[in-house]
Design a protein around this ligand. Structure first.
Ligand SMILES: [Zn+2]
Length: 99
């Protein structure tokens, strides 16, 4: 039996841009952050959560800059309070040390 599905000539890997350094990387190299329904921001390891998303490198500098400069907030159109920012950086550190 022949399949009549039109396959694309090359399988393009989904690529995303880091909010801080603007480097384009594959989704695998970045960590997704998602704005939840209540307006808070969570790290989305699965990359499948619903909501507005932003991507950051697996680098502490990128996270700190994104949070300090307000780039992440801008990108997600939300406000992140200081406590929550610190929590996100901490969670990120745990995430990276695990990798
Ligand atoms: Zn970056």
């Amino acid at each position: 039996m022949r399949k009549s599905i039109n396959a694309p000539p090359s399988k393009a890997k989904p690529q995303r841009t880091c909010v801080t350094c603007r480097q384009v990387k594959t989704k695998h190299e970045l960590v997704r952050l998602v704005r939840t329904a209540d307006g808070s921001v969570e790290i989305d390891i699965s990359g499948k959560k619903n909501g507005r998303g932003a991507y950051l490198c697996r680098l502490r500098e990128c996270w700190e800059t994104a949070l300090k400069s307000g780039r992440l907030e801008h990108s997600l159109s939300t406000a992140i309070d200081r406590e929550h920012r610190e929590l996100l950086v901490k969670s990120a550190e745990e995430l990276f040390s695990d990798a």
